[in-house]
Each structure stands twice: as structure tokens, then as C-alpha cells.
Ligand binder design. Sequence first.
Ligand SMILES: Nc1ncnc2c1ncn2[C@@H]1O[C@H](COP(=O)(O)OP(=O)(O)OP(=O)(O)O)[C@@H](O)[C@H]1O
Length: 257
Amino acid sequence: MEIMIRLEDVTYSYNRQPLIHGMDLTFEKGKITTIVGPNGCGKSTVIKLSSRLLHPDKGKVFLENKEIGVMKRKEFARSVSVLLQSSYIPDMAVEDAVMSGRYPHQSPISFSSAEDKRLTEYAMEMTYCQSLRNKNMRQLSGGERQRVFLAMVLAQDTPVIILDEPTTYLDINVSYEIMELINSLNRNLGKTIVLVLHDLNLALNYSDRLAVMENGKVVAYEEASDHRVHRCISDIFKVDIRRMTEKGKSYYYSFKL
Ligand SMILES: Nc1ncnc2c1ncn2[C@@H]1O[C@H](COP(=O)(O)OP(=O)(O)OP(=O)(O)O)[C@@H](O)[C@H]1O
């Protein structure tokens, strides 16, 4: 098992109110790991600590063997892309916004290369944004904007992709398409993916591993098919988890008892 991101003895407080205390957590290379847990348990905080948007009060975060706090901004951005829950909405056309995802790969004086244009097109195609290319970001619906933010992440073309609730605002069909895309980025291109998902059915069916959080702590961390993690989810969310097989494929689903 190779580790891509490692939180080591991490402590974090907001306004002197401790939220995370001495957390050890790893995200494996080449896997899809999803963090689940109730509102306010600290999932986004872990995402921000893992992507240098917050710095631990104590402890360290490593990307492979480098401490992320000492990495150069562009160096980190060539390795890790991140989609947050509420991103700033830039006042620019969709195509330019997606192209801006390429910035870590460009020098300050260079213009966009053929590779930048190719990846921008690819990212827009994969996220169904091509027809939006000339629209201003601020004119988009919530779901359209979420797809463009995902395209920006794809265009960044990093080995690690961190997505905090990527299916927010998306209708059920687009949610599944995006989860299939995330799955194929992992299975076909070997990307390491870290997700936060509220939809337990998506989390159970698209993750290799699940980290269950409660009150700032990781209370279970197992393979997504492991009954121990299912029991923990059942206890926290007061749901039952079942497995069904359809056309030779197994699926998990959760439902309220
Ligand atoms: N900037 C902030 N200042 C003060 N408190 C904060 C700040 N950001 C988050 N918190 C608090 O920290 C706790 C954890 O927040 P966080 O956003 O990490 O939770 P979450 O598990 O991602 O929640 P949700 O599922 O609702 O998105 C919450 O109680 C929240 O109110």
C-alpha cells in the first residue's frame, strides 16, 4: 500500500475552539477514498488541511514524503487539484475559467500551449460544458457552475484530485455521469481521488475506502465493502445498508429504517 497524502498528529481549532485533535489519516495512492459524516463533523476542514488551504496548529501533512506546508505554490498545484464546497465565482467566460486551471503548468510569460488547449477542450467535453463556453460564470445555474468547476480541476491534470461534494446542485443523471467520470479517472489514469460525499449510495458504490467522521474524529476507516464501516454508518445516520445483485453486479444501498 502506497500512501499519497498523510496527516500526522494534526490538530486544528477555529477561534480557539478545538475541532480536530491529534488526527492521523492517510489517503492511498491510486485509490478513491471518500469521507462521510454528519454536517459539521469536520470533513471540509480535513479537505482544506490536505490541500494547504488551512495549516495545522500542530502536526504535519505530507504529500508522498514532502511536507505540503513547505512546497512551492505551483509545485503543489501541479500535484493536487481541489474543488471546494463554495468556490469564488470568477467574472469571466467559462472557456477562460477552464483554461485558468492550466496555470500551474505555464510559465509567467508563456501563452497557452497546444497541450493547454487540448486539455481545456477535453475537460469541457468530459463535464458537458462545451455549449457553455462563451457564457459568463456568473450567469450559470448552480449545476452548470459545478460542472465548470469540475472542468477546471480536470484541466489542471494533477495526479491527486480532491473534491468536496462534487455532485452538489447536479441532477441525478449528471451526478452519476460525474461519478462515472471520477471512476474512470481513477481506473484508467491512476489518479488518486479524495472525496466528501453526503449521498451514502454514491459513497458506498464508488469508493475503494470509506473514512467515517464524527465530531472531528475518524471513527471508522475501512474498505467500502467492509461490514464494520457499514455498521458504523448505520449507527451514525440511523440507516440500514443492504447489498443487491443485478445483472451480475453488486450494489449497496442505504435506507431509513
Ligand atoms: N471558518 C470557520 N470559522 C469558525 N468555525 C468554522 C469555520 N469553518 C468551519 N467551522 C466549524 O467547524 C466545524 C466543522 O466544519 P466543516 O465545514 O469542516 O464540517 P463538514 O463536516 O464539512 O460539514 P458539512 O457536512 O455541513 O459541510 C463546524 O462546526 C463549523 O461550524
